[in-house]
Design a protein around this ligand. Structure first.
Ligand code: ADP
Length: 258
């Protein structure tokens, strides 16, 4: 509690009592803690690639540049790390614009089928590079939903990106849309490595990763699923996940039909 006291005087200016106000600051303190943890996380995430870039640049300047193979290898690492920084900043901007409600959500009748097909086409090269089998099951005709098409695309980009990243070569990914009462549930099911049971409640948290090294190696920012959750909830929908280690994971999102 924060305590604020003001003396109360009678008409002879003698103190006859006090008015004491107790402010419950639990919420403000929790908010401050969350905010400083977030700033700490962001700084750490930015510093890691920067330290690596600086290290490689210094080694190149110290003479490693003379050898063209080493030079190429180091520049390629610098390129990867720079891409990671760019992605991280883009993800942070997306997250903060949705959170601060600065990004106006333009709800219009939208077609899930078209959004999902576009995203599948976008990932065509990665899908064939890993020889993945991708299936899309949906009712026909598909009811329209009320959504912001750009944000809707972002949801499926993040879910499919993860399914591809965390599934080994020749694995299987099934995207399925099903109508349930006034909602359309879309699930993205993969045959990948799976997520331990105790991590499931945390995967939608910002910067939470089951395996930090693997996420980094795959170019992950640790923000993809928190962006999915924010977008889906800002559309009045819900997210869920189910997974079994070694068998695969299923991520689901729901949207209201028109
Ligand atoms: P990242 O950029 O690290 O992929 P996300 O927010 O998208 O961040 O996901 C958070 C974490 O959840 C990942 O680091 C990974 O450990 C786990 N995860 C997400 N999707 C999958 C999946 N399809 N299979 C296995 N693990 C997953």
């Amino acid at each position: 509690f924060r305590v604020h006291a003001v003396p109360r005087k009678d008409h002879h200016e003698r103190i006859e009592g006090a008015i004491v106000v107790f402010h419950d600051v639990t919420d403000a303190r929790n908010f401050d803690q969350i905010r400083s943890a977030f700033v700490g996380n962001v700084s750490h995430e930015l510093r890691t690639p920067l330290t690596s870039i600086k290290g490689f640049v210094e080694t190149l300047l110290d003479g490693a540049m003379e050898n063209s193979d080493t030079c190429r290898r180091f520049l390629s690492i610098i390129d990867t790390e720079t891409n990671r920084l760019t992605r991280l900043i883009e993800d942070l901007l997306t997250l903060s614009s949705i959170e601060s409600q600065e990004r106006i959500v333009y709800l219009k009748p939208a077609c899930l089928l078209r959004s999902i097909r576009n995203v599948m086409n976008m990932f065509g090269p990665q899908i064939s590079e890993k020889s993945l089998h991708v299936e899309f099951i949906h009712p026909y005709p598909m009811p329209l939903i009320q959504a912001d098409e750009d944000l809707l695309g972002q949801v499926f980009i993040n879910l499919l990106d993860n399914a591809i990243k965390y599934t080994p070569r020749q694995g299987k990914i099934v995207i399925q849309c099903q109508r349930r009462d006034s909602r359309i549930i879309t699930t993205v099911k993969d045959s990948g490595m799976g997520i331990p049971h105790e991590s499931l409640p945390r995967v939608f948290e910002r910067f939470y990763r089951v395996d930090k090294a693997r996420s980094r190696q795959q170019g992950g920012t640790g923000l993809g699923l928190s962006i999915v959750k924010h977008i889906v909830e800002s559309h009045g929908g819900e997210v869920f996940v189910d997974s079994e280690i070694g068998k695969g994971s299923t991520f689901g999102v729901s949207f209201l039909v028109i």
